[in-house]
Design a protein around this ligand. Structure first.
Ligand code: ARG
Length: 553
């Protein structure tokens, strides 16, 4: 029996003919006010010509036997559920596939644009947020039944390739060229860019010529460029494999090159773009968004143009209901500008969403080349594994376990914060076994698994809720599907992380206060069912955050 439905019916019975589809029942803010509350009597009072408290009292008369209701303060409805109702709800939740996550997204398609690093550069700690947050949103949407197309919008085109091609030919040894890695590409880029910048006019011109040749389709340069991008994707994929991240497509900026002139022609045709100092711009100052350049004075296109071409392509090819972009918050203006132009170009059926995240600092210090702490992602993950191995090896844990815990810790340290906030990465906090950390939740899962193993076969039994600890945990478990929906609606995996942490804490107080294996059989079995449901929910929730749940730690 759906509580919201029940309370809405009471409103309708009290005040026939009104629309109460907005009436909501939410978990009580404090257990002393009951289990759930509804504050809508205050909102409808005026409409029905009563004082709020009288309206609430009238609704209360129609609530029926299943719920205990109390009218508090100016007209709050405080609701207390019966143990039988709770047991029934737990039964349905335990029987539902995927822990009751509603399939709201069935038949709906979403494109997710995340991670998207720049080619020929090694991924570093700064790339972790887009990858991890994007992937969690991706997983959450898939769990709701959406068809998700995860597209890696690589930065694989631009002036850097002229510098790289020149650097590749002249700054690397034959051996380095033969065994090309992203590290070597990065090295030759740095050397070549330094020469182009400070000393050598001829070098600078040569870089530019290589770029022009590439843009004009010179086969040698094109082959080199292709090789650079291939090697980069190969290395990124090694990181993605460690992180459990998978993309459906890798369409970098270059994929849209041929479509850019068409975009610009269209912008001119509909009177959006105009000349300014040789460049072509879209003036958005009316919306306080400044000016976006869509073609530079040298004829080159830029980031905005390629994102516009990309949106057109995605709409034609996939007809998604939304496209979700996950990047750091320094790109906010870019996305505002480009969304506004896209709308004016007629892309109004697709919802464009930017999920900006705050920067990450490392152990209290800003991450920058100057600080010398631009840690490569590979090193960060290796360090996470090394530190976890220290922790688990005394318990006989192996490398796979150290990876599950180490990588899980890194991800959770990120995902447990609202994406919009800046965060600091700190090893001790990330790997702590107590407090709001990945390992804490993984341990909670492993502990419940070993309890269930110890208990062995549990005979058929119903859920039974009698103590406050059981009740608090049961009410919280029922909130799981709602937490997943809220995380998706707000594009905040942190909502799910918070939920899981609170659930683990409630489980822990239930566990400490409720003897299980030593209780008499019916209590023991009912409690074990509650433990099993908690384990299932924790495992499912963590998997939506991309965090593994080993059964033994
Ligand atoms: N490559 C860009 C960067 O490293 C991110 C691309 C984000 N996606 C997009 N469609 N603009 O900052």
């Amino acid at each position: 029996m759906d509580l919201t439905q029940l309370v809405r019916s009471a409103f309708t019975a009290a005040f026939p003919g009104e629309d109460f589809s907005q009436v909501k029942v939410v978990p009580a803010t404090d257990p002393k006010f009951g289990d759930y509350q509804c504050n809508d009597a205050l909102k409808v009072a005026k409409k029905v010509g009563l004082k709020p408290r009288d309206a609430a009292l009238k609704v209360a008369e129609h609530i029926g036997e299943a719920l205990k209701v109390e009218v508090a303060g100016p007209g709050f409805l405080n609701l207390t559920v019966s143990p039988d109702w709770l047991a029934g709800e737990l039964d349905s939740l335990a029987a539902a596939p995927s822990c009751g996550i509603p399939q709201k997204g069935k038949g709906r398609r979403v494109v997710m644009d995340y991670s998207s690093p720049n080619a020929a550069k090694q991924m570093h700690i700064g790339h972790i947020r887009s990858t991890v947050i994007g992937n969690a949103i991706d997983r959450i949407f898939r769990s709701l039944g959406y068809e998700v197309i995860a597209d890696n919008h690589l930065g694989d085109w631009g002036t850097q390739f002229g510098i790289l091609i020149k650097g590749y030919r002249e700054c690397l040894t034959q051996d380095e060229r033969d065994n090309l890695t992203v590290a070597n590409l990065e090295k030759c880029y740095v050397l070549s860019a330094a020469k182009a910048k400070d000393v050598d006019e001829t070098w600078k011109n040569a870089c530019r010529e290589e770029l022009v040749k590439l843009q004009q389709g010179d086969p040698d340069n094109l082959a080199l460029w292709r090789r650079f991008v291939q090697i980069s994707i190969g290395e990124f994929e090694r990181m993605y494999l460690k992180l459990g991240v998978k993309f459906d497509t890798y369409r970098g900026e270059s994929y849209y090159n041929a479509m850019m002139p068409g975009v610009v022609a269209r912008l001119i045709e509909i009177g959006l773009a105009k000349e300014s100092d040789g460049a072509l711009i879209v003036d958005l100052s009316d919306e306080k968004l400044g000016v976006a350049i869509v073609r530079k004075s040298d004829g080159g296109y830029n980031y905005t143009t390629s994102d516009l071409a990309c949106v057109g392509n995605r709409v034609t090819e996939y007809a998604p209901e939304r496209i979700i972009y996950v990047t750091d918050d320094r790109q906010q203006l870019h996305f505002k500008q480009f969304f506004s132009i896209a709308k004016k170009m007629g892309y109004t059926d697709v919802k464009l969403v930017h999920v900006p995240f705050g920067l990450m600092s490392y152990q209290g210090k800003a991450i920058s080349t100057r600080e010398g702490n631009l840690i490569r992602l590979e090193e960060l993950l290796a360090e996470a594994k090394r530190r976890s191995l220290e922790i688990v090896k005394d318990r006989g844990g192996d490398e796979a376990l150290a990876e599950a815990i180490g990588y899980g810790a890194v991800k959770y340290a990120d995902l447990s914060h609202d994406p919009a906030t800046a965060i600091d990465f700190d090893w001790d906090k990330a790997l702590a076994l107590e407090g709001n950390s990945g390992p804490y939740l993984q341990y909670a899962y492993a502990r419940v698994c070993s309890l269930l193993e110890k208990a062995g076969e549990v005979g058929e039994c119903d859920f039974a809720i009698s103590t406050q600890h059981e009740k608090r945990l049961a009410l919280q478990l029922l909130e799981f599907p709602g937490a997943v929906v809220r995380a998706a609606e707000a594009y905040k995996p942190s909502i799910l992380a918070d939920y899981l942490f609170q659930t683990a804490q409630l489980y822990s107080s239930f566990y400490q206060n409720s003897p299980i294996l030593k209780s008499e059989e019916s209590v023991r079995n009912a409690r074990l069912r509650l433990c099993a449901l908690f384990g299932e929910i924790l495992k499912t929730g963590l998997s939506l955050l991309g965090i593994e749940t080993p059964r033994h730690i």
